[in-house]
Design a protein around this ligand. Structure first.
Ligand code: 1HN
Length: 378
């Protein structure tokens, strides 16, 4: 074991090649301390490990527990100005109790009661919503009302005004992903309150938003759109298109023409139709379908991600942890920890037979900085 394998802070007395502790050396360290100085040689093992060592740990949150607690919050805690959202965040046990799923990513279940509004605001944090079950809420982004239904993915780049309204007589839950921990640690955030409630003309419930009618036609870019925004101009990626893309990949594979990333594993990335790049500047979002019985090759990547099981069941393995997962469950893959899944029948299965996974990561940040590294370990 070399000193760089040691994740704990090296004490000068135990670091290799250190002089004997003498009164003069002790006085030197006290001098450093009183001048707020830290010598590299006592810290190097922690500051410069041989490979990423995440403080975040692999962890699983069961959807049934999240929904049960969100329902209780629905009965007990109103939504309104100040608290802004009935959003309950995953707190990674390695990150000191903060509402951080990973060092860069926020993930939360959000819950809106029948008839409720979440007030308008905007923030520099990039965000998205993903719907694992239910319907009935419209999110209003820049005055455009967008429906939310099972399987839909709704990106919302930073600094757009947004509010939500539940137009039905049923509560609805969904997940929010944001780059809050990244912007918080980097101290680059701004926030502004908007109107306390949305206007009546916005309180509409169209089946398709204006953004979908303009941008939701594969391979067709509207010539009327001239201004570029930081994120995708398409504000909803509807389930029917994602599902069909994955089924088509698997059908092409069955015909013997490739189409999948590995046997039995279809995958798509949500992209900005204007640029072909990621939908948000700081977050990458993908959807993976692993057919029953198939297993993915273990992959290690720099940066972290969060997965949500959309359908099916199986086993997810992250580092030295392994869990049986089913619909709605969320788990975290910290930086450089090997990740694989195996699709298996659960005990109470009424699903399509494949393990369907939504995931999001901080990959665009690290690609931009040329800090993206990946290893397939099979
Ligand atoms: C926010 O604006 C939403 O708009 C969700 O639904 C979660 C977490 C922290 C700060 C703002 C939303 C949020 C949030």
């Amino acid at each position: 074991m070399t000193s760089t394998d040691n994740p704990v802070r090296l004490h000068p007395a135990v670091a290799p090649n250190q002089p004997d502790v003498t009164p003069a050396l002790e006085a030197l360290y006290r001098g450093f301390e009183s001048e707020l100085l830290v010598p590299l040689w006592t810290e190097i093992g922690d500051l410069m490990p041989a490979h990423p060592r995440s403080r975040a740990v692999p962890h699983l949150w069961k959807w049934s527990n999240l929904v049960r607690l969100a329902e209780q919050a629905g009965d007990l805690v109103p939504v309104g100005r100040g608290g802004e959202r009935r959003a309950i965040a995953l707190a990674n046990p390695g990150l000191g109790g903060r509402p951080f799923a990973t060092p860069t990513l926020w993930a939360a279940i959000q819950y809106l009661m029948p008839g409720e509004d979440a007030p308008e605001h905007r923030h520099t944090q990039h965000a998205f919503r993903f719907v694992v079950e239910g319907s009935g809420v419209w999110t209003v982004v820049g005055g455009d009302a967008i429906p939310m239904n099972r399987g839909d993915f709704l990106p919302q780049a930073g600094w757009n005004w947004h509010a939500h309204h539940n137009a039905t007589d049923k509560p609805m839950a969904w997940i929010d992903g944001l780059d809050i921990p990244f912007q918080y640690q980097s101290e680059v955030q701004f926030f502004e309150f908007g109107r306390d409630s949305i206007s009546d003309p916005e309180r509409i419930t169209p089946e398709r938003s204006r953004s979908e009618r303009l941008w939701g036609h594969a391979g067709l870019r509207p010539l009327s759109a001239t201004t570029l925004t930081p994120g995708s101009p398409l504000l909803s990626y509807k389930w029917e298109f994602t599902d069909r893309a994955l089924n088509d990949q698997l059908a092409i594979e069955a015909e013997g023409f490739g189409g999948t990333v590995e046997p039995g594993h279809a995958a798509v990335r949500y992209t900005n139709p204007h640029t072909g790049g990621d939908v948000l500047p700081t977050m990458r979002t993908e959807f993976h379908r692993v057919v029953r019985g198939a297993e993915t090759a273990p992959v290690k990547q720099t940066g972290s991600c969060v997965y949500q099981v959309f359908d099916g069941s199986g086993t997810a393995t992250v580092g030295d942890r392994s869990w049986t997962v089913s619909r709605g469950d969320l788990f975290v893959v910290p930086s450089w920890q090997p990740f694989s899944v195996k699709s298996q029948a659960g005990t109470t299965d009424s699903d399509s037979g494949a393990l369907d996974l939504f995931c999001f990561s901080d990959a665009p940040i690290f690609e931009a900085l040329q800090l993206d590294h990946m290893e397939v370990t099979r």
